[in-house]
Ligand binder design. Structure first.
Ligand SMILES: *Cc1c(COP(=O)(O)O)cnc(C)c1O
Length: 403
C-alpha cells in the first residue's frame, strides 16, 4: 500500500508535464522529433522511407556534404584531435582557432573576430557582456529567439519595436535619454519571412542618437554581399555597424557562431562573454570545416548567385499563381496561408507529394497569419525546383488557397 502511494506520488510529478503536453496537442502545437534516415544528394532527405525534397534546411549553399569540408574536418581532427580540451582562456585556444578567427575578420572586413560554439551562444555572450541593468536594448519584434534570450540574461531594459518600423524605433530612441548605453539589435535577413532589415536607416538612426547597432547575419552570411560576408557588405555599411554576428551553421554548412568588429570589442568579449569563457573551445574538426567553407564562399560566388536567382524565380511563379510571399527578398520564401489547421494541412499535402516544408504558427507569427515556409538551397537542381513550384501551385489550388 505504502509502496503504491510512493510510486503514485512520483508519477504525478510527470503527470503534470504530460498534462501540459496534452494541452499543446489539443491546440495542434505539440512538436515531435522526426528521424531523418538518410541525407541524399540534391538537397533531399529520406524520412519514414519517403524521399523528400528538403525545403526546410538552412544548408543554403549545399556545403554540409561538400567533400572539401569533410576532408578539412578530417585533417583538423588528425592534427589537433577531436576536442580542444579546455576553454579558450585556459589552454583551449589552439593556433587553429587563432588562424580561423584571423581569416574570419578578413572575410568580414573587420579588425577582429571571435568564434563561439553556436550562434545561440554568440548572442547570449555578446548581449549579456555589453549590456546590463540601467541600459536599454531596442529590438525588432521578429528577431531570433537567441537574441531575446541574450537580452533576458543581460538584465537590460527591453523595448521591442514593430517589425522594420523605423518611425517607432526613432520615437523610442528619442525618449530613452536616461539609459546609460543603448543598443539596437536586428536580424539582417529575418528567418520567418526572408525579408531584409532597413539597414541604411538603422545606421543613420544609431549615428544620430549615439546608440550601438548590432546585426545578426545568420541567414545572410555566405549568401549576400559580393564576397558573401552578408547584408552589411552588400550595402557597403560594414564600417558603420558596431557588432556583426553570424553563424557557420547555415550557409557555411557546419557549426559555430561568430562576433566580428573592432579590436577593443573582441578583447572585451574575451574578458566578459560568459558563454565563451565558461565553455570548451570549439572542436578542431568543426574549425577545419569552417576554414574550408570560408575559402569556398569567397571563391565560388556562383553558388549564391544561383541560389538567389532560383529564389527570385520561385517567388515570381508563386506570386503569379496568386500566393502572398510577404516581404521575402531572399532564399527564404514564405507563403501566407491563414489558419493553423490550413497551414498544417498544406504542409502535410506537400509532404505527401514529396516536399518537406514547415508550417509556421503562432506565437512565431501573429494569429490568423500562419504560413508555410520554403528555404531554398544551391544543392537543389533546376528541374527539382521547377517540380516543387508546380506541386505547390497545384496543392494551393486543391486547398482553395489560390484561384
Ligand atoms: C539560427 C540562428 C541563430 C542561432 O544560430 P545557431 O548557430 O544555430 O545556434 C541565431 N540567430 C539567427 C537569426 C538565426 O537564424
Amino acid at each position: 500500500m505504502k509502496r503504491r502511494e510512493g510510486s503514485k506520488a512520483k508519477k504525478s510529478a510527470f503527470d503534470m508535464l504530460a498534462e501540459e503536453l496534452g494541452g499543446l496537442a489539443a491546440q495542434a502545437l505539440r512538436r515531435r522529433l522526426q528521424v531523418v534516415e538518410e541525407v541524399l544528394p540534391g538537397g533531399s532527405v529520406r524520412v519514414e522511407g519517403q524521399v523528400l525534397l528538403n525545403l526546410s534546411s538552412n544548408d543554403y549553399l549545399g556545403l554540409a556534404h561538400d567533400p572539401r569540408l569533410i576532408a578539412a574536418a578530417r585533417e583538423a581532427a588528425a592534427r589537433w584531435g577531436t576536442g580542444a580540451g579546455a576553454s579558450r582562456l585556459v589552454v583551449g585556444h589552439l593556433a587553429l582557432h587563432e588562424a580561423v578567427e584571423a581569416k574570419l575578420a578578413l572575410f568580414k572586413g573587420t579588425e577582429a573576430a571571435v568564434i563561439f560554439s553556436t550562434g545561440y551562444m554568440a548572442n547570449l555572450g555578446v548581449i549579456s557582456a555589453l549590456m546590463g541593468p540601467g541600459d536599454l536594448i531596442l529590438s525588432d519584434r521578429l528577431n531570433h529567439a537567441s537574441i531575446y534570450d541574450g537580452i533576458k540574461l543581460s538584465g537590460a531594459a527591453l523595448a521591442r519595436y514593430p517589425h522594420r518600423d523605423m518611425a517607432r524605433l526613432e520615437a523610442l530612441l528619442a525618449k530613452a535619454t536616461s539609459a546609460k548605453r543603448r543598443l539596437i539589435i536586428t536580424d539582417s535577413v529575418f528567418s520567418v519571412d526572408g525579408d531584409l532589415a532597413p539597414l541604411q536607416e538603422l545606421v543613420l538612426l544609431k549615428e544620430r542618437y549615439g546608440a550601438w547597432l548590432m546585426i545578426d547575419e545568420a541567414h545572410a552570411t555566405g549568401v549576400l554581399g559580393p564576397t558573401g560576408a552578408g547584408y552589411a557588405e552588400a550595402l557597403g555599411l560594414t564600417g558603420r555597424v558596431d557588432v556583426h554576428l553570424g553563424t557557420f551553421s547555415k550557409a557555411l554548412g557546419t557549426l559555430g557562431g561568430y562576433v566580428a568588429g573592432d579590436r577593443t570589442l573582441i578583447a572585451y568579449l574575451h574578458n566578459k562573454a560568459r558563454s565563451l569563457i565558461y565553455s570548451t573551445a570549439l572542436a578542431p574538426p568543426v574549425l577545419g570545416a569552417i576554414d574550408a567553407a570560408l575559402d569556398i564562399v569567397v571563391r565560388e560566388p556562383e553558388r549564391r548567385t544561383y541560389l538567389l536567382f532560383q529564389a527570385q524565380a520561385f517567388r515570381q511563379e508563386l506570386n503569379q499563381a496568386g500566393f502572398d510571399t510577404l516581404g521575402s527578398e531572399t532564399q527564404i520564401v514564405p507563403v501566407l496561408v491563414g489558419s493553423n489547421s490550413q497551414a498544417l494541412d498544406f504542409a502535410a499535402r506537400l509532404r505527401e507529394k514529396g516536399l518537406m516544408a514547415v508550417a509556421l504558427r503562432p506565437p512565431t507569427v501573429p494569429p490568423g497569419k500562419a504560413r508555410v515556409r520554403f528555404s531554398l538551397s544551391a544543392a537543389h537542381s533546376p528541374p527539382d525546383l521547377a517540380k516543387a513550384r508546380h506541386i505547390i501551385r497545384e496543392t494551393g489550388r486543391e486547398l482553395n488557397l489560390i484561384p
